[in-house]
Design a binder for this molecule. Structure first.
Ligand code: SF4
Length: 437
């Protein structure tokens, strides 16, 4: 048994036996939740800083919170629980800064249809979350005849006028991070990875994989400046891509778009033509059981809207959900892609605006939240929702290993946090919405 907290490990002698050092399992669980939340929040904060958005209070909190994980034996549950919730509040602030940074730099988003596939000629694929890298690459490839494509979480870049004004941002290629090994091997040009959701490359494409700054994987070439000449040279040497459209998608339902439709949405609810909202998204993953989210979404009723974000969207977007009629607007897609996982900030703004319009609390809205979780950013987003007092969230496909039974019980008791029911998404759906048989 390895313990990452006790003195024996600190001296490099290894753990004697679980419990011998006096380590408290629940304190350790809260410290790990805090650490994972901090890691996710700092990843967002790093992107926000690149957009010129910083907050001294957030930085001070990171120091305080890390300090509270120095040892396991002299912190108590209550103070740690408070820090866990504060991490959620600070992450909300960070997601807000990231959103503001994107808006200031790239303009107000709008729905747009994105070509999916490849076009004839040399091309570069950009994956991850850092839109400043995409912007730099677009500027450096202007007029070179090289096309640029988004991949994975970079898809929402197309909703910003300041990015899609570049005509050589020609489309999107591929899905969630776990399909990279297949998709990057098939894409014949270089790939630029801008965040940690990148897999160690296969031999066949490792000489075409570039990472930026803190993002690094064995075998790939890490770039530590904003000069993408090497990527561009690689694109010129690589086998050109061919014309092959695999589809198209409509994205760009940022909160600014949805808040602009708030009056019509409220009218539809009052008229009874719109009965329920679902937020289904988060971090996708490769392990079995994630078809839960596809099945859950597929069976949502036609008088509901589904908001999605993060790479969890790739689990649910292949189904045709049809449209729903909004008074004075006409048909809008039932599945509304709000953006990257950090656009959870926008989903929260929409929920708050609806609760104000209906003069009720967020927990009283006809809203069901189902989050797929995998890595630290999903933990940070979950903490933000809990810090706001949102109850009844379902997470899955499995219980996080770092949450001890006692801590999970506290989260269940205080926030009605639930796990997805393995193999039975319909049961969970029925529990959240009175389905017509
Ligand atoms: S949603 Fe999560 S898993 Fe997916 S790319 Fe973003 S951080 Fe990674």
């Amino acid at each position: 048994m390895f313990c990452n907290q006790c003195e024996q490990t600190a001296r490099g002698t290894g753990c004697v036996e679980k419990g011998v050092c006096g380590k408290d399992e629940d304190v350790q669980s809260l410290q790990e939740i805090l650490l994972y939340g901090l890691k996710g929040m700092c990843a967002y904060a790093h992107h926000a800083r690149r957009l010129g958005m910083v907050d001294e209070d957030v930085d001070a909190f990171v120091e305080e919170a890390l300090f509270a994980t120095v040892t396991n034996v002299n912190f108590d549950m209550d103070s740690l629980f408070g820090l866990v919730l504060e991490c959620g509040r600070k992450n909300l602030r960070v997601m807000e800064m990231l959103d503001e940074g994107h808006l200031k730099r790239y303009g107000t988003p709008s729905p747009t249809t994105v070509y999916e596939g490849t076009k004839a000629g040399p091309g570069i694929l950009v994956t991850g979350h850092d839109m400043v890298d995409l912007e730099d690459l677009l500027e450096q490839t202007e007029g070179t005849g090289i096309n640029v494509y988004t991949h994975g979480e970079m898809l929402p870049a197309h909703m910003y006028p300041g990015l899609r004004r570049h005509e050589h941002l020609v489309g999107h290629y591929g899905g969630a991070w776990q399909k990279q090994k297949k998709e990057f091997a098939q894409f014949t040009g270089p790939v630029l990875a801008t965040t940690n959701c990148v897999l160690i490359p296969r031999e066949e494409y490792k000489d075409r994989l570039f990472t930026t700054r803190v993002t690094a994987v064995p075998g790939a070439r890490r770039l530590d400046t904003d000069d993408f000449s090497e990527v561009i040279d690689c694109a010129k040497r690589c086998q050109p891509l061919v014309d092959e459209q695999v589809g198209e998608s409509t994205i760009g339902f940022h909160q600014s778009v949805l808040l602009g439709l708030a009056g019509e949405i409220v009218e539809a609810v009052k008229a009874g033509s719109l009965k329920h909202f679902f937020l289904i998204g988060g971090c996708d993953g490769a392990e079995p059981g994630r078809n839960y989210f596809s099945e859950f979404a597929t069976h949502t009723p036609p008088d509901s809207l589904i908001l999605t974000l993060g790479c969890g969207k790739y689990r649910i977007r292949d189904h045709d959900y049809g449209t729903i009629e909004l008074p004075g607007v006409g048909p809008v897609p039932r599945l509304l892609d709000m953006g990257q996982c950090n656009n959870a900030y926008g989903a929260i703004q929409v929920a708050v605006a609806l609760s104000e319009a209906f003069d009720c609390g967020v927990n009283d809205l006809p809203l069901t939240i189902v989050l797929s979780w995998f890595e630290q950013k999903a933990v940070a987003v979950l903490l933000s929702l809990l810090a706001l007092g949102v109850r009844g969230i379902r997470i899955g496909p499995a219980a996080p290993a770092f949450v001890s039974p006692n801590v999970f019980k506290i989260l269940q008791d205080q926030y009605d946090l639930k796990l997805t029911t393995a193999g039975d998404p319909l049961a969970d759906l029925k529990a959240s919405y009175p389905l017509q048989s």
